[in-house]
Design a binder for this molecule. Sequence first.
Ligand SMILES: Nc1nc2c(c(=O)[nH]1)N[C@H]1C(S)=C(S)[C@@H](COP(=O)(O)OP(=O)(O)OC[C@H]3O[C@@H](n4cnc5c(=O)[nH]c(N)nc54)[C@H](O)[C@@H]3O)O[C@H]1N2
Ligand SMILES: Nc1nc2c(c(=O)[nH]1)N[C@H]1C(S)=C(S)[C@@H](COP(=O)(O)OP(=O)(O)OC[C@H]3O[C@@H](n4cnc5c(=O)[nH]c(N)nc54)[C@H](O)[C@@H]3O)O[C@H]1N2
Ligand code: SF4
Ligand SMILES: [Mo]
Length: 759
Amino acid sequence: MVQHGYVTDVSFRTCPLCEATCGLEVTHDQHSILRIRGDRDDVFSRGFLCPKGSTLRQLHEDPDRLRAPMIKRGGRHEAVTWPEAWEYVARRLGEVVARHGRGSLGVYLGNPSAHNLSAMTFNRVLLQALGTRHRYSASTVDQMPKHVACGYVFGSPAAIPVPDLDRTDFLLMLGANPYASNGSLCTAPDFPGRLESIRARGGRVVVVDPARTRTAEGADEWVPIRPGTDGLLLAAMAHTLFAEGLVEVGDHVLAHLDGLAELEAALSRFTPEFVAPLCGVQASTIEGLARQLAAAPSAAVYGRMGTTTSGVGGEGFGTITSWLVEVLNVLTGNLDRPGGAMFPLPAAGGATTRGTPGKGSGFAIGRSRTRVGGLPEVMGEYPVAALAEEITTPGDGRIRALVTIAGNPVLSTPAGDRLSEALDDLEFMVSVDLYLNETTRHAEVILPPPSQVERSHYDLLLLQFAVRNVANYSPPVLQRHPDHPDEWEILARLALIAAGGGPHDPIDAIDDAAVESVIASAVRSASSPVHGRDAQDLLTELAASGRRGPDRLLDAMLRTGPYGDAFGARPGGLTLDQLIEHPHGIDFGPLQPRLPEVLRTPTGRIDLAPEPLMADLDRLAGVQVPREGLVLIGRRHLRSNNSWMHNIEVLVKGAERCTLLMHPRDAGERGIVSGDVVSVATPDTALEVMVEVTEAMSPGVVSLPHGWGHAQPGTQMAVAARRPGVNSNLLAPVNAMDPLSGTSVLNGIPVEVSALVPS
Ligand SMILES: Nc1nc2c(c(=O)[nH]1)N[C@H]1C(S)=C(S)[C@@H](COP(=O)(O)OP(=O)(O)OC[C@H]3O[C@@H](n4cnc5c(=O)[nH]c(N)nc54)[C@H](O)[C@@H]3O)O[C@H]1N2
Ligand SMILES: Nc1nc2c(c(=O)[nH]1)N[C@H]1C(S)=C(S)[C@@H](COP(=O)(O)OP(=O)(O)OC[C@H]3O[C@@H](n4cnc5c(=O)[nH]c(N)nc54)[C@H](O)[C@@H]3O)O[C@H]1N2
Ligand code: SF4
Ligand SMILES: [Mo]
């Protein structure tokens, strides 16, 4: 094809913007993207696309997206050359380490790190080089409770079962709105379509949510619930199963199960009558849900954001709720069977495809504690809500320099105003990010990665939670400018500098060490098809491809993974070359049972009644749910993506989106009508925001989306600044969290809403 004098080409790649991993068909020439649409031949997404997918083009073209590193001088960011930026980082970071030691370094990893092959392979290299315990991430405003619950029950925080959407007869979904989010920890392109298929084949979908979302509207039944009380509801469902003799675990799971009797005894107090007034759900409804779950030929319980980040009166219940989700899957015989809740078998990077099959060292938290608040470490990191106080509180181990990678914690985490002030208090901050935004405006140096279409991609993380076993690799569509390092090169050079290297030293040693460590672990691992082989042989064979960085690492992981060619030992097995020959991906089929091999508990058995969770049942039973007043929850919009993509005109145009949804009863009581600007207040903060009165909210519950609050001084996002919205997380109390995972309470925040007196 020839257009505008250039040769046009079609490339296929996976959209990296959310967890759905849709295949894109990208028409482009050498310099620019001409069109993006759904790849109809993608083995997983079959042409599905949401409105964000095609905007990779607008993102690439956005004049506000940073193309050159920025250094802040006299309060303003100026573009500099890469060599200058590196010299600056080396000097300033070096000064902080010399003055205060490595314990004064901090790091925050944001959400897009999880959708990014460079970050998935080189963040860990950077973390090691920084050598600090001050690690924070978006996980503690997100999914950490699921890791902790599954860590205790199955032995590995990565052993999170996913609902087998394509085969289930009954799906009970709590606190998830895939019509807006496209799903999370359940990778499934066209999640809405898959839900509709459940119903089309005669199955049933039930949604538990305080809001009648589009997902709830599309379901057979919507069960409104008081925010933060899902744990009680699930406990009462489990109690009902025991009380009515409906527990039927099945031999396949029972053979590997501990804790059933202890669990039954501990749940006896959670009767439907006890929890009903607390949840705002009738006892008969709760019993009915338990019976339906037990009676369905196959069923899956699935909980997401509304279950992991909710609480009551400042107390979070994310982990206990996530545990009870899996308890119900086990009790109804739906764990690890088709149509139930199953463990994917990822082609690369799966934590449960390494080590000894069926056994491990188990899971624990609290190997260290935060300096100021004494909060436990979880999965090698601390709760992000503690970040600000760890920066501002004087004493040994205080954070004095911060690295942020693909994150915007000023908008995404509780009390962003406090964090914003704390960032100004640092001696040095460097951010790897595409934009000069609410967080990176505090950075002395910003290092921009190339755009999404200028790099290779493979969803190393999200394919570990996919509803089918698939693999799909995307080469870069456009060449980046020769001076612009790839994102992994930025991360590797940061690591080199953090480890004391010079700003212009070669990064090859770091890259080589990374691949050597992958191969060394594979030849050691009893689950690996290259177990016992000579590492050097494999490294030599890998080197023959001439690949470097993430691509070489990915090739190593694919070849030593469950479908891999094992470096020749399994002819025809998976390699990166083979994936490249399949631009629409390779489908390894529906999920297969994985018990007991997936387990990593020391006993090699499922611990259905782990001590820390059993102990937490007292807290759950004792929760005081206020009968009066309003609580705040959040919501997502299909055309938004957490705090970013708000600088893309086609996504943000139209009616104001950062509004407060409120039930007519609550509005009427306060003399509020749609379109009024009201005050939403906690004891500490008040925001002014426009109201939309709607029956889609339960009485007593109001909703505000997160990720807004743009137009801050010193940012460079012209489109976002025209529709700034307010930062809902200013209302989230910094100390409200789930004690077992350190995850913040973002839903169920007591607020007062009042009409503003017209001036
Ligand atoms: N109240 C409330 N708060 C929430 C939530 C909620 O539901 N309610 N949701 C929470 C959840 S689930 C999450 S995951 C967090 C997200 O929290 P964060 O990860 O801190 O925030 P994001 O908005 O995802 O910011 C992403 C940043 O990465 C940059 N970026 C995008 N792509 C790339 C890339 O490829 N490389 C690099 N280096 N940078 C990139 C963007 O410019 C942006 O600055 O927010 C949480 N906060
Ligand atoms: N368009 C778009 N897609 C996204 C994102 C985005 O920002 N925009 N973010 C991505 C990210 S990082 C993530 S983690 C996923 C999240 O994906 P989801 O987990 O689907 O998150 P939400 O869409 O926020 O849906 C959470 C639901 O929980 C409900 N809820 C709130 N409190 C409670 C409660 O106490 N109990 C119950 N049962 N429900 C409650 C809310 O009303 C809401 O409908 O989405 C991803 N996809
Ligand atoms: S659903 Fe997610 S992966 Fe698919 S096109 Fe939209 S943003 Fe991209
Ligand atoms: Mo997230």
